[in-house]
Ligand binder design. Structure first.
Ligand code: SAH
Length: 229
């Protein structure tokens, strides 16, 4: 899978996408992540990428020309399945959407900044708008990092134990069960006996029960959700 991210702050994205599972996926060429500095496509001597908004509202707006030029260049190289804009008024991001995107081949993610982007970018160049939650970030970079991380770890081979993504929270509209590691007893606090029993069937049953308990208690909405995506 290839992910092209367009940003005015490439430095902000480098570190979150260079460690752990994402690093391994990149090293193994499961994911090619290319960060593009929009300023390289800016206008004039000062590489201008933003301007005042028409109508006089406070705050700068990313201009359409640099974004369009960069996207046209990318689209000449390969077809894109989705061109995403990160936006607080987009559809809420969730595990189902992460699963869907992980099956695509090439995507672009555009990070907004300042007041946002010229509406014509959203109307004519963007195919999907995604929000990572009901709050406002300073820029789309952290949202792009969140989306990329959630998607890339799902690519086959990215996780050491490939089945482990299946037992993560939300995969079956259920939260993950509790997990423990050594020591089996700490200050009198014990690991549940069943986990030390060596009986895989019993352990699986216990995990299912705990998953269900937890979901009922913390996120009952997931259990009664007919469309979680
Ligand atoms: N004026 C805009 C917010 C601009 S915030 C509004 O009220 O809708 C600057 C940029 O940060 C946005 O263009 C978007 O790309 C990004 N951003 C902010 N909050 C976000 C969120 N919850 N999810 C995804 N992207 C977000």
């Amino acid at each position: 899978m290839r992910i092209d991210i367009i940003t005015v702050l490439p430095e902000l994205l480098k570190s979150p996408l260079s460690y752990s599972i994402i690093k391994r996926a990149r090293d193994k060429s499961l994911a090619e992540i290319v960060i593009h500095d929009l300023r390289r496509y800016g206008k004039g001597k000062y590489r201008q990428v933003d301007d005042y908004s028409f109508g006089g509202d406070a705050g700068m707006v990313l201009m359409i020309e640099p974004v369009c030029r960069l996207m046209e260049e990318l689209k000449k190289e390969r077809p894109y399945d989705e061109i995403i804009y990160t936006s607080p008024d987009g559809v809420p991001f969730n595990q189902k959407e992460a699963n869907r995107i992980s099956c695509l081949k090439n995507i672009i993610i555009l990070c907004g900044h300042y007041k946002g982007v010229d509406q014509r970018i959203r109307d004519h160049l963007i195919t999907k708008e995604i929000s990572i939650g009901d709050y406002v970030l300073s820029g789309g970079e952290l949202a792009a990092a969140v989306i990329t991380d959630a998607v890339v770890r799902l690519l086959p081979g990215a996780l050491n134990d490939e089945t482990s993504a299946l037992t993560d929270s939300f995969q079956d509209d259920l939260l993950a069960p509790p997990v423990y590691t050594r020591p089996s007893e700490f200050m009198g606090w014990k690991v549940p006996d069943v986990l030390l029993s060596g009986n895989p069937e019993k352990i699986r049953q216990w995990q299912e029960e705990k998953s269900l308990d937890r979901t009922e208690r913390l996120r009952p909405d997931l259990l009664h959700n007919t469309d979680n995506g």
